[in-house]
Design a protein. Structure first.
Length: 164
């Protein structure tokens, strides 16, 4: 048995699940009565989503449906950044929603400090966009996972990988 156990904290988006959630949203919009005859478009780009629809109320409804579908596909809502709304042609409204993935150096420092404050015996290393967490106790590692995923200071999606 190993003396030390570890895992990596990463921030990734499962693009296939995101595509599936967007497809389900489009299908639901196609059959909803309140969206009959309303031109609504959802485009997926590599770093953002673009939603174009008739007005603010329809945009809020589309966003609610999308969030529901993301949750059903086990995608964290933190992958959606702050939406930027702007007028589009034909009196429509366009919402650009950035997709958040990756752990920047600043965010890694915040997570590192959070872990060290609560669990002083746990060792952490920042390795690019990954944070390696090492401890002798498996229970401490599991507690670290729960702490990071439930903490309000961590405002981006985090997953644990390479649990050994």
């Amino acid at each position: 048995m190993a003396d030390e156990h570890s895992f990596d904290l990463v921030s990734k988006i499962d693009m296939q699940e995101l595509t599936n959630a967007l497809d389900q949203t489009r299908k639901e919009l196609a059959v909803r009565y309140d969206f009959r005859g309303v031109p609504t478009e959802i485009k997926q780009e590599p770093t953002q989503l673009v939603i174009t629809t008739a007005d603010e109320f329809k945009l809020k409804a589309v966003r609610d449906i999308l969030e529901t579908k993301l949750l059903r596909r086990n995608l964290n809502l933190k992958i959606l950044g702050e939406a930027k709304n702007e007028p589009a042609s034909g009196g429509q409204i366009r919402s650009t929603i950035p997709l958040i993935a990756g752990i920047s150096a600043d965010k890694a420092k915040v997570v590192n400090k959070l872990i060290r404050d609560v669990f002083p015996k746990v060792k952490t290393q920042i390795q690019g966009e990954t944070i390696r967490v090492v401890s002798k106790s498996i229970d401490e590692l599991q507690a670290v996972m729960q702490l990071v995923q439930s903490s309000p200071t961590v405002d981006f999606p985090v997953q644990a990988e390479n649990y050994r």
